[in-house]
Design a protein around this ligand. Structure first.
Ligand code: ADP
Length: 426
């Protein structure tokens, strides 16, 4: 029956009862008493219905009480609503179970952290990879359980645009790859993968390159020594010997530079993840670097602008090699003035080298930091380059949390800059 009709019937029933009560009362000579008795009957019926609803509400899983008329309709509506809610809740629970099951089955660790950085949920792999036991560790701070300093810094920095690689600290530790995603109100989902195997392979490759370069050093020194001796001998000064000997000398020098850069690169790579602790006066360092380079490039003025006294936490020799590579490149690939600048930009301090040289086509820029990538091979070789300079700069930048920015226009010039986070005050 439609809701409107039910209420009409209920009102009719109520009126009939009251009229019946008044008529009955009139018959007995007490119409008011009859009216009151009818009203009392109505109230008793409603009280019973209300009591039934109250009991049912306290025990919603029980069947709804019997109700007649409008009360029956109200009970029916509540029952339907309750059933729909229960079905929706079941669907939600099963979707949640399904999601949790799939996260639990993953080999990667998944941990849900609430807005106060406490663990809300973790899968089984989290126990294996991070030592987080669920539900035992529920409500405990994630930072108290994952104690890797690199992870702590990453988690605190709140910038999850790129993943984190946490290297093993002691022999036998795992190398872990972390990704963090935000959801809800301040909640975070932390994914962690074991990449120890990749790390070992990379280390093997690094060791191999390092060892080969090291082994090549001794024979090269011997060859270089003999070439120098032969060049100094009178009988080898005639043109048929002098030309080949000069070429041999040049090529051995090139090989020596190559071996030196390869060794240096593998050393930088191997300590890339170690925190730098020395607070360096960059302005003084830049002055030293320019003073060392200048004599090798006479008639090439280097303009220095030191507008900041910001210090940087770093490794002196690594920074020395990266900054001098940038200055030497600017001198090699241009003919005019070169400008070196150190200045504050927001929270960072920026080292930049600007030249008005040959410039670089846009298509090359993203590949410049690859090992042995050259825009113009013959020109680079003429300048004595090894093709490893910018690869060294890239690794030094990474190990100092600095950003390398390359701006260049073909035929106009280039600007290479390194943006460093400022060292905290001593
Ligand atoms: P190389 O030893 O060949 O200079 P780098 O790694 O230092 O090796 O540089 C890679 C390539 O980037 C160079 O071969 C050169 O083509 C280009 N390059 C680097 N710096 C500059 C610059 N200031 N101007 C133009 N080209 C540059």
């Amino acid at each position: 029956m439609a809701g409107g009709n039910i209420w009409l019937t209920e009102i009719r029933l109520l009126l009939a009862l009251l009229v019946g009560g008044v008529l009955g009362g009139m018959f007995l000579g007490r119409p008011l008493l009859g009216f009151c008795a009818a009203l009392l009957l109505v109230l008793i019926r409603w009280s019973f219905q209300l009591r039934g609803i109250h009991q049912w509400m306290n025990q919603p899983s029980a069947d709804p009480p019997e109700g007649s008329g409008a009360w029956g309709q109200v009970l029916d509506n509540i029952y339907q609503l309750q059933r729909r809610n229960r079905e929706a809740q079941l669907r939600l629970e099963s979707a949640l179970d399904y999601l949790q099951d799939s996260l639990s089955a993953m080999r990667d660790a998944a941990v849900i952290v609430d807005s106060r950085e406490n663990i809300a949920w973790a899968n089984d792999s989290a126990n294996f990879l991070l030592g987080i036991k669920f539900p035992d560790d529920q409500g405990r701070s994630l930072r108290n359980l994952v104690r890797s300093p690199v992870f702590q810094d990453y988690f605190e920095a709140d910038d999850y645009s790129s993943p984190l690689r946490s290297p093993p600290y002691v022999e036998g530790d795992r190398c872990l790859h972390f990704e963090v995603a935000r959801f809800g109100v301040g909640d975070r989902l932390v994914f962690c993968r074991d990449i120890t195997e990749n790390y070992r392979l990379e280390q093997m490759r690094r060791d191999f390159v390092g060892n080969v370069s090291h082994e090549l050093r001794t024979p090269l020194t011997v060859i270089k020594g003999y070439v120098d001796t032969l060049q100094a001998m009178e009988e080898f000064c005639e043109p048929r010997f002098a030309g080949p000997l000069e070429q041999m000398g040049q090529q051995t020098t090139r090989m020596e530079n190559l071996v030196r850069d390869l060794l240096w690169l593998s050393r930088i790579e191997s300590v890339e993840t170690l925190r730098k602790t020395e607070s360096l006066d960059m302005a003084a360092l830049i002055n030293d670097i320019v003073a060392q380079i200048e004599p090798a490039y006479p008639n090439r003025p280097i303009q220095i602008e030191l507008k900041s006294d910001t210090r940087v936490l770093g490794d002196r020799s690594e920074l020395q090699s990266a900054l001098s590579n940038l200055v030497i490149n600017a001198l090699k690939y241009s003919e005019g003035n070169v400008k070196v600048c150190w200045q504050d930009e927001g929270e960072c301090a920026v080292f930049s080298v600007t030249d008005r040289g040959i410039g670089i086509g846009q298509q090359h820029i993203s590949r410049l930091t690859e090992r042995f990538y050259r825009v113009d091979k013959s020109r680079s070789n003429d300048g004595g380059g090894t093709g490893l300079g910018l690869a060294i700069v890239k690794h030094v930048a990474a190990s100092h949390q600095a950003e390398l920015l390359i701006e260049s226009e073909l035929g106009v010039g280039s600007c290479f800059s390194l943006s460093f986070p400022a060292a905290p005050p001593p």
